[in-house]
Design a protein around this ligand. Structure first.
Ligand code: ATP
Length: 196
């Protein structure tokens, strides 16, 4: 089996996340992409805007019709969501012949050498790096990395949160996710959730 970890804040999950995962499945013949929201993302300033349970719920909605995508709560109880812990926990559940990939945007990969136990991360997975407009990256010498460049989408969760906070139309998230955001009053200044 070829399994890809797709970590992120998913605050909220958006169409670029889904397009990237789909492109990775097609291009690299992946059997499964695990969307794993970070409970406490170590690389984001401050905290996520929406609570972990809401971000996980939105990911569940976004992947529900996609047989090769799965929402995972593997990082639910971590004090800090370090990828190496997720990788090791997942490895323990897989067969030795299973291949583990790590799907990641160029912006996030550019910071790889700042990650906790990053050399162990490099040894454990094959990176699938998605190019992202305006972001360059270097591949460390001993990393195994493949590039996915056909999805260049200028969508970001930050822009989506800003638009929602201003009450503007947002068309880059799945309708079910938008409905969840509205029902739960997420990303509106009135509820006190952080916007940036
Ligand atoms: P934010 O704007 O809050 O930083 P984001 O849109 O980058 O959020 P994350 O949840 O941080 O979303 O992203 C999860 C993963 O998806 C990261 O590896 C990120 O680089 C990647 N990603 C998100 N949007 C894109 C995009 N438009 N193109 C390429 N990669 C992306």
């Amino acid at each position: 089996m070829k399994i890809a970890i797709f970590g992120g804040t998913f605050d909220p999950v958006h169409n670029a996340h889904l397009a990237i995962a789909r492109a990775a499945v097609d291009r690299f013949a992946l059997d499964q992409v695990l969307f794993i929201p970070a409970a406490n993302p170590p690389h984001k300033p401050g905290r996520a805007a929406a609570p972990y349970q809401d971000r996980l719920a939105m990911v569940r909605i976004a992947v529900r019709d996609q047989p090769r995508f799965e929402a995972s709560s593997l990082e639910a109880r971590e004090e800090k969501s370090y990828s190496i812990r997720t990788i090791e926990r997942l490895r323990a559940r897989l067969a030795p012949s299973d291949e583990l990939y790590f799907l990641i945007g160029a912006d996030a990969f550019a910071e790889i050498t700042t990650w906790y136990r990053w050399r162990d991360v490099l040894r454990s997975v094959i990176f699938l790096i998605v190019t992202r407009p305006g972001h360059r990256y270097e591949v460390p010498a001993d990393a195994r990395a493949l590039e996915l460049s056909e999805v260049e989408l200028p969508v970001s969760a930050t822009v989506i949160r800003e638009r929602l906070a201003r009450g503007e139309q947002v068309d880059s998230i799945p309708p079910g996710v938008l409905e969840y955001i509205r029902t739960h009053g997420l990303y509106t200044p009135e509820t006190g959730t952080r916007v940036t």
